[in-house]
Design a protein. Structure first.
Length: 69
């Protein structure tokens, strides 16, 4: 990460197509935005409350309990 090949390989190992895969990570750029760039659905897990409400290009969740797909 954030190399797309890492996401694609993970999808391959899971037997899931990137466009059908949700990736949740706590680093906005390296996890969530990089997942989107690789063709996955990226979600930023913002447990620290850093998100100020601005557009980050991905859904934002404060906890794993808040993630539903």
């Amino acid at each position: 990460k954030p190399d797309a090949r890492a996401f694609w390989r993970a999808c391959e190992l899971l037997g899931s197509a990137p466009e059908q895969t949700v990736y949740v990570g706590d680093d906005l750029a390296v996890d969530a935005q990089a997942a989107v760039a690789a063709g996955l659905h990226g979600v930023w897990l913002d447990r620290r409350g850093q998100w100020g409400g601005g557009g980050v290009g991905v859904p934002v969740a404060a906890s794993l309990d808040a993630v539903s797909w």
